[in-house]
Every structure is written in C-alpha cells, then in structure tokens.
Design a protein around this ligand. Sequence first.
Ligand SMILES: C[S@@+](CC[C@H](N)C(=O)[O-])C[C@H]1O[C@@H](n2cnc3c(N)ncnc32)[C@H](O)[C@@H]1O
Length: 333
Amino acid sequence: MNEDPYKPPPSRQSEEPVMMTNDDATSCKRAAVDRGYWSDPYVQHFIKSCDRKPPEINRGYFARVQAIKLLVDKFLEISSSQAQIVNLGAGFDTLFWRLQDDNRPLKAYVEVDYPAVTMRKVHYIRLRRQLLEKIAQGEDDDIRLSKCDIHSSKYHLIGVDLKDMNALSNKLSQDCRLDPQLPTLFISECVLVYMATDHCEALLKYITDTFKKAVLLNYDPVNMNDKFAEIMLENLKHRDCHFLGLEASQNLETQETRLYRCGFSNVRSWLMLQVYQSLPQSELKRIESIEFMDEHELLQQLLNHYCITVADNCETSLGFGEIRLHPVSTVAV
Ligand SMILES: C[S@@+](CC[C@H](N)C(=O)[O-])C[C@H]1O[C@@H](n2cnc3c(N)ncnc32)[C@H](O)[C@@H]1O
C-alpha cells in the first residue's frame, strides 16, 4: 500500500467528521434492527428512520453488536453487582438500556463522547419516557440533566473530549464517582482508531494506571495494508475523516502490542471473521435466512478488516482472563 496519500494530517483532524461516524453507526444499527437481525427497542429513539443497508453490512453489524453484548455479559457474570462500565465514544449506543432490561446488576454505567454528541443524546433522553425511566433507579432517584451531561445514581452521560485527560479523569472521579478499586470495563467500539497514537496511548495508560481491575473491550479496524483497506481509507478521506490511529491497525499483533505497551498484562484479539463463526449456529442460521446475500466474498473481506480485542490488568485469580470468545475453525460465510 502506498502510505503517503492516506497518511492523515499530522496529529489533528476536524472533529465534525468523526462525530458524524456516530450517525452512520446508529443508522446501520437501526437498519439491521428494522430487518429483524436483533431486537433493540431503544435505537429508534435516537434516529427516526434510515435507508436499507446491504446484507453484508447488516450481518457485519449483527456480529459486532452480538459479540460485544456477549463479552459484556461475561464481564458482568464475573464481577457481579460491583461492576462499573465506561463506554468510551459511546455515541447513541443503547447497551445501557438493554442491560437494564436484562436486570443486570451494575454499580455504575458511564457514557462518554464529545459534548456536541452528548448534547444530542441528552435531548433525546429528555424527550423519551422509555429512555428516561430506565435511568432512574426508583422514584427517589435524583436525575440531574444539564446541556451535555446526565447524572443519576447509576447512569452517567458526560460530554468530554477523550484527548483531554484532565477533564476526563476529573469527571470520572468527581462527577461519576467511579471507584478505581472496583472491576471496571472500558468499551471502545470503533473509537480508538480515530485518535492519534499519543492521545490514544495516554488514555489507555490512564486506564491501567488508575483502575486496578480494568478490562478493555475494543472493536477496531485491522489489516489496514491491502487494497480493500486502501479503498476504505480513500472513502473516509473524501469525508475529511481519517484513521489517525492507523499504526495499531496493521494487524492483530499491532493491536495487541499497543495494549501491552500501555499496561495491560493479558491481551487477546480475534478477527471479526472468527467472531462471526463463533456465534451460536442457530442464530447464524436465523439471520442468514433473513435476506439473500450473493456478495459472500465482500462479507468475508469486511469481517477480515475488523477485530475485537479483550485486555485486562487484573490478577489471574479474578477470572477476567476467561472473558473470551471461542472461535470455531474457519468455515465459509
Ligand atoms: C464510529 S462512532 C461509534 C459510536 C459507538 N461506539 C457505536 O459503536 O455505535 C465513533 C464515536 O467516537 C466518538 N469519538 C471519537 N473520538 C473522540 C474523542 N476524542 N472524544 C470523545 N468522543 C470521541 C465520536 O464522536 C463517535 O461518537
């Protein structure tokens, strides 16, 4: 791959196109939910309607959302009611509400994004009873809503730039009152790749330095050095959007090395192709019958260019090293 045309501008890019990627993710999730890939009664509150997406996009999002939920459930099983979750670059993600429906015990759930994104999320939450009522833990819960932030006894939404470590750390400790001694899961679903290496590593080091039982669940692009990736990067460039963190997305090894370098002691990653094949066969059979797909090769390529990594800095005896997927041997998708 010719490096130069795809190299992002030195270390910064306009934040607007990065924030817009949240609208893309939300509309793809809504499109797949509308087609019956999985159930999510909440996504409709964040986006009115959207165009149909091709089946390979729907299947890719299905694998992403199912795998993340599966791994989050495993984390919650191990940490029980003491669990804290911080969803970095959460956008309009609905995981908090879906976990509430499952009656998952949780100590705290924090969503972080740029203030311009959280401001919109605050607006939708204010507007929808179905969203607001799940945030309150009982009638006496004091919910504080401001322009860009929400705080209740369990749920917190904070508008802060993940590059601003002082502001992030202050908000997590003072406003959200996270306890650094409790098991804390950090989710970054398609977020770190938009951050320049130094900013991203400062964030990851802050996590491992501050939280003594930290688990990271990261979904990112990978294998960014072939023709498929070149086209993907070119498309992004046309939208003035860049993968500033491309360095870590060369392959699974570079994804893992970055996390070891930032203080995680236990790291494992899977290509989304492996993840897809590890999902329950009955579910795969169900979703593969939803709509006809003739672009099998395209789906395979797509799944080969994203990965999930789970990392932790915990003592082995705590069991967080057991949070993993069990990929089956490769079969054609
Ligand atoms: C591709 S979207 C993913 C949204 C959500 N995680 C999901 O998967 O549906 C990337 C999100 O990361 C957020 N993001 C990227 N860089 C950020 C930063 N430096 N500070 C705060 N949020 C950031 C964007 O605003 C956007 O909402």
